[in-house]
Design a protein around this ligand. Structure first.
Ligand code: NAD
Ligand code: WQD
Length: 335
């Protein structure tokens, strides 16, 4: 089988290409390199022993997409391509809606015109907004608190309506909680541009001396130690979740949504402690004011994916910190 992987040179897409390859599924990567490097392709070769087909292109380019789908047939599209910075989305909402929402509609049009009926979509726990109960299951009310989150809510709605309009369509929305970690080879990992927004890459850059200290955004939340709690999931577990979703629903149709998380939350201070253990050094940190828009606590009820996909996470927080540290040491400046 062969699948088109949009955004496939990005953090999660590239790791998913490894899992697809290991499952005997051929990935063809489409990426505009707006937030990734072509060097990822050679790293994937070192890990998988072959160079995946790569097309430099944009999901918003209808003509290019039509050409791609006419030149080769695909069993599905794994759709990772998006802009994903929450803060940036608040400053540039139209850019986020144009890229993430309009881009997906253009992709769906090209898929429909060429009889590609299955899509696996990268969604986010951010579609749940402020948790009304925990753990969060797939029945939790949907909302968002920023344009990025709304772009994910909108795409999910578009996918659901698309499936409603055509009984042949299958759309699986995978709602990621907090992806972290790196491939165990140390050859592939997350390379955020500029100052990392996310906790784990910021800790890793502090550990390697690139940042002076970690700012802990708030120590007065209603959590065990007062710091924010999240459901961190190893990127390779996440990648395997994509393969499980695709292989378990090949004969199905309709819109389906699954949480991809561990079901366990860890606080900021617990993550710092785990990283200290992995890197065998104290990670300097300071308490700082809460970050605007942050929630106190968020973790998944991942039982639906376990029941329907036979998938559950295997890797621990120690695997996540160890693999992140190995990657950060190998490539302190990223790829
Ligand atoms: P990433 O930025 O590393 O990867 C996204 C890739 O898409 C990049 O390689 C970028 O160059 C490409 N891209 C962006 N716009 C494009 C376009 N118009 N045409 C073609 N390529 C385009 O991000 P990631 O962390 O790998 O996230 C992948 C997906 O998972 C995104 O949809 C993101 O919203 C979603 N997600 C990420 C997280 C997270 O914490 N990383 C959490 C939940 C959901
Ligand atoms: C985790 C915890 C912070 C940085 C974001 C997006 C979400 C998704 C995943 C795309 C929080 C604290 C962080 C720092 C800190 N991305 N923190 N110091 O905010 O849960 O989710 O990434 O879909 O949409 O919102 O992840 O890693 O930014 O924060 O104390 O320097 O770490 O307050 O409690 P978040 P994060």
């Amino acid at each position: 089988m062969k699948v088109l992987v949009t955004g496939g040179l990005g953090y999660i897409g590239s790791h998913t290409c490894i899992a697809l390859h290991n499952a005997g599924i051929t990935p063809v990567i489409l990426d505009n390199l707006s937030n990734s490097s072509i060097h990822v392709l050679q790293q994937l070769h070192k890990i998988c022993g072959q160079t995946f087909s790569f097309i430099e292109g944009d999901i918003r380019d209808q003509h290019q997409l039509e050409q791609i789908f006419k030149q080769q047939s695909f069993d599905a599209v794994f759709h990772f391509a998006a802009l994903k910075a929450v803060g940036e989305s608040c400053q540039q909402p139209r850019r986020y809606y144009e890229n993430n929402v309009c881009g997906t509609v253009t992709l769906l049009d090209a898929m429909y015109n060429n009889d590609v009926t299955r899509i696996i979509f990268s969604s986010s726990a951010t579609v749940y907004g402020e948790p009304q109960y925990l753990p969060i299951d797939e029945q939790h009310p949907i909302s968002a608190t920023n344009p990025y989150g709304w772009s994910k809510v909108m795409v999910e709605q578009i996918l659901a309506d698309n499936c409603q309009s055509d009984s042949q369509q299958l759309a699986i929305s995978l709602r990621y909680f907090n992806p972290v970690g790196a491939h165990s080879s140390g050859l592939l990992g997350e390379s955020p541009n500029g100052i990392p927004n996310n906790l784990m890459p910021y800790i890793a850059q502090t550990a390697v001396g690139k940042r002076a200290k970690v700012s802990v955004f708030g120590d007065d939340y209603d959590t065990n130690d007062g710091t924010g709690v999240r459901d961190y999931i190893h990127v390779m577990d996440l990648a395997e979740g994509h393969v499980a979703a695709f292989t378990n629903h090949q004969q199905d149709s309709g819109f389906l949504a699954y949480n991809l998380g561990t079901g366990q939350g860890y606080s900021v201070l617990e993550i710092i402690a785990a990283f200290s253990k992995a890197s065998r050094q104290q990670i300097p940190f300071q308490m700082a004011p809460r970050r605007q828009g942050d929630i106190a606590c968020n973790y998944a009820d991942a039982n639906l994916a376990k029941a329907k996909l036979g998938w559950q996470t295997k890797l621990t927080i120690n695997d996540m910190t160890r693999d992140t540290w190995r990657w950060q040491q190998n490539y302190p400046q990223g790829l």
